[in-house]
Design a protein around this ligand. Structure first.
Ligand code: NDP
Length: 321
């Protein structure tokens, strides 16, 4: 494993990290979750990503139990939560969004579920049109001053809103956003590469990027239909199946990428992840896995990313356009 700084902060995260979306509290049992976290830790992963909305808080509960059970040293790993969607299945207005009230309540609830006394990273999971950005910036700053959060950031915010948050923080001498959590993969690259491009230098922004495999599409696993044990077979993720497999252009580009990986003699999953790692603005690539074998295969991305550039990456890059 190697480690990268989170933007210009002093926090060093493993270049590959591990998240719990759709798996913990849903697709995989506690035993499997324990094996996944143990394997990640044993291979040097030091950042575990979560959110209040994952399995209505259950993903955080499972992760907290598993980390405690494995007795990972608290100063050796980082854990995150995200606030916005709420943990309740039918949230009332104060149980979701980015108001001072929900930001505080959600943080306290995440601390309890994750069994920690501070969150290393805390994200605003989406922009909230019903809360002034200043209110959220002040709420995050308060949590940092209380020692409940170390670094706060955003996820899928427009660059203009991130800039506004940073400006408010600067004006009032508050802690501004340190990182963004955007989707980044061969099929979706504009936000990370174009929209946020000025922010890396301007704000020292870090990027903890998600869905490097486009939920598995870039492994070629859906080419012959949706396997019954895969993410897209979960009934509550019908929207994701429609979004991914309903777009003929994306499906065709994924198929071309899988064919190129076969021609090169490498597995498509680590190749797709390695492509993300080659972007120097990416602080860490968040992996997802429902089985330890997937995680181990995906870790090969570290070696692939270090391969000399003999035209290979230009060919992969061309497929992403
Ligand atoms: P990926 O795009 O890498 O998808 C992971 C899924 O792909 C796995 O759960 C598995 O699904 C399948 N898979 C993984 N490796 C392999 C392999 N080698 N061979 C075959 N199939 C494989 O990442 P995620 O979408 O899970 O995103 C990673 C993390 O990012 C999340 O856990 C979460 O923490 C974060 N995230 C953040 C979001 C945000 O809005 N901030 C949104 C989404 C994710 P299966 O076995 O079920 O087919």
């Amino acid at each position: 494993m190697h480690y990268r700084r989170l933007g210009t902060s002093g926090l060093q995260l493993s270049a590959l990290s591990f998240g719990a979306w759709t798996t913990f509290g849903r697709q995989v049992g506690r035993g499997q979750a324990r094996e996944l976290v143990a394997a990640a830790w044993d291979h040097g992963i030091n950042f575990f990503d979560n959110a209040e909305g994952y399995a209505n808080g259950e993903a955080e509960r499972v992760m907290g139990d598993v980390i405690a059970d494995l007795r990972l040293p608290r100063d050796g790993y980082c854990v995150s939560s995200k606030v916005f969607f709420g943990a309740a299945s039918d949230p009332r207005p104060t149980q979701r969004g980015l108001s001072r009230k929900h930001v505080r309540d959600a943080c306290d609830a995440a601390l309890r579920r994750l069994r920690v006394d501070h969150l290393d990273l805390y994200f605003c999971h989406r922009p909230d049109p019903d809360t002034p950005i200043a209110e959220t910036v002040w709420a995050m700053d308060t949590l940092i001053r209380q020692g409940k959060v170390l670094y706060w950031g955003t996820s899928e915010w427009p660059a203009t809103a991130i800039r506004e948050a940073a400006q408010i923080a600067r004006t009032h001498h508050l802690h501004g956003p340190t990182m963004e959590q955007p989707e980044y993969n061969l099929l979706r690259r504009e936000r990370v590469e174009l929209e946020y491009a000025p922010l890396y230098a301007e704000l020292g922004l870090g990027a903890t990027t998600w869905s490097p495999l486009a939920s598995g599409l870039l492994t070629g696993k859906y080419a012959g239909g949706v396997p019954a044990d895969s993410r897209l077979a979960q009934p509550e993720l019908g929207w994701l199946q429609r979004e991914l497999l309903g777009n003929a252009d994306r499906v065709a580009r994924a198929a071309r990428f899988v064919a190129l990986a076969a021609e090169l003699g490498v597995a498509p999953a680590p190749l797709a992840i390695a492509w993300c790692l080659r972007n120097p603005h990416v602080s860490t690539v968040l992996l997802g896995a429902s089985r330890v074998e997937q995680l181990i295969e995906n870790l090969q991305a570290l070696e692939l990313a270090a391969l000399p550039d003999n035209g290979l990456w230009a060919r992969v890059d061309a497929l992403a356009d």
